[in-house]
Write a protein that binds this ligand. Structure first.
Ligand code: ATP
Ligand code: MG
Length: 378
């Protein structure tokens, strides 16, 4: 079938009552940016009764739009005059071209101006195709499903549906800051936050100042940009902080202390940028720093809401998502981050806040401000 446009369907946002207009504007804008990123070329986007029509002939336009959060599915389509004769002729050309063993017609009226009901269109067009070609009609499990969306200004014929990523358009839920380690988990956590409409900025605490933009971290940002083209990445160097911890804190507490410093720095950046939450890739019980006792002590240092989208996932489930979104292969590349560097042989699993606060008195507070000052963009 020749493609003259793409039909883009969106789900959840249609339910959001008063915010609907804002959600649709954001979704349209995000689709535009994704098409630009993917080099689809100029195209106009119109809204027709709860879906968008992209006037794009590029065969990759539908899969590009399907990667935009908020989109439930996209179909390459052919727009024709909304007249029964034209619909029959176009459908006949498709069925002759595909030569399926069975087919069905699935019409839907996007507005009620078309004079026939969708059932009448199914029967009339289906009967005509059967008579012309002798092909079998099969309502369940047909090899070819000819979709016909009927609108005032045209009929849209399509035969393929690319599943969209779902969720909410990035931006509608506000900004968040994702603690981004470059491991397997945090890119998945960032993806899930994007999926719920959060405008995510990635924050990486960097150990090795001689390598200010590590290939692995930059590559992961690029992978996530496939879902949010303008995703930002910030680096904060932690070399001096790590040294201070090695000098002044018992080894078993160092990771917890460092994670509290992460929380303080991230909270400051949230207030500065208007981000409303910190997102992390923590998972209950996966590593020593992630016992509920330790997470409580770590959270106490945060000045904003902390969200842990992976709290209840098994590692296998996280890896499945990492593979699906394309981050896994990059995540498993060898890399020394500040947490590996400080990892003790016997980490504390039941940190106690009073003890931790006592050790913190020995640490150099000014290093936090200094690290913030040395932050830079990726
Ligand atoms: P991940 O696979 O995301 O690294 P993990 O299971 O290895 O997670 P930790 O290394 O304890 O667990 O880290 C838990 C979370 O702390 C990470 O998911 C991330 O949100 C944050 N984090 C750890 N190291 C860094 C870092 N260097 N920069 C930014 N955030 C970090
Ligand atoms: Mg890690």
């Amino acid at each position: 079938m020749e493609q003259s446009c793409v039909l883009v369907r969106y789900g959840e946002i249609a339910l959001k009552g008063g915010n609907k207009g804002m959600f649709e504007r954001r979704l349209k804008d995000n689709i535009k940016k994704m098409l630009e990123r993917d080099g689809i070329g100029e195209c106009t986007i119109e809204r027709i009764s709860g879906r968008f029509v992209l006037n794009a002939k590029n065969p990759n336009a539908a899969s590009s739009a399907a990667r935009v959060f908020g989109v439930t599915s996209a179909s390459p389509a052919l727009k024709i005059r909304p007249a029964l004769e034209d619909i029959k002729a176009a459908a006949l050309e498709i069925i002759r071209d595909v030569k399926p063993s069975s087919f069905r017609v699935t019409a839907g009226r996007l507005d009620k101006t078309f004079r026939m009901t969708s059932v009448e269109v199914n029967n009339t067009v289906g009967g005509y195709l059967k008579d012309e070609t002798g092909c079998t009609v099969r309502l369940r499990g047909a090899e070819l499903d000819i979709g016909i969306d009927l609108a005032k200004d045209g009929a849209y014929i399509h035969t393929h549906r690319i599943e969209g990523v779902g969720g909410l358009p990035v931006g509608v839920s506000g900004k968040v800051l994702c603690l981004f380690s470059g491991g397997i988990d945090s890119p998945v956590a960032a993806y899930l936050a994007l999926k719920r409409g959060c405008d995510v900025t990635l924050l990486h605490f960097i150990h090795d100042e001689k390598n200010p933009k590590p290939g692995k971290i930059q590559e992961l940002q690029e992978k996530l940009a496939a879902y949010h083209p303008s995703i930002k990445l910030l680096y904060i160097p932690t070399g001096k902080i790590e040294k201070d911890l090695v000098m002044n804190a018992q080894s078993k507490y160092r990771i917890i202390l460092l994670r509290r410093i992460f929380m303080r720095i991230a909270s400051r950046l949230c207030h500065k940028t208007g981000a409303k939450a910190i997102v992390t890739g923590d998972n209950i019980g996966q590593v020593a720093s992630q016992t509920l006792d330790n997470l409580n002590v770590i959270d106490e240092a945060a000045g904003v809401l902390t969200i842990r989208p992976l709290a209840g996932f098994d590692k296998r489930e996280i890896i499945d998502i990492a593979n699906k979104i394309g981050t896994y292969e990059t995540s498993i590349q060898q890399y020394t981050d500040c947490c590996n560097f400080l990892l003790p042989q016997h980490p504390e699993t039941k940190a106690d806040l009073a003890t931790v606060k006592k050790i913190e008195e020995q640490l150099d507070e000014t290093l936090i401000e200094a690290a913030l000052d040395k932050g830079y963009e990726g």
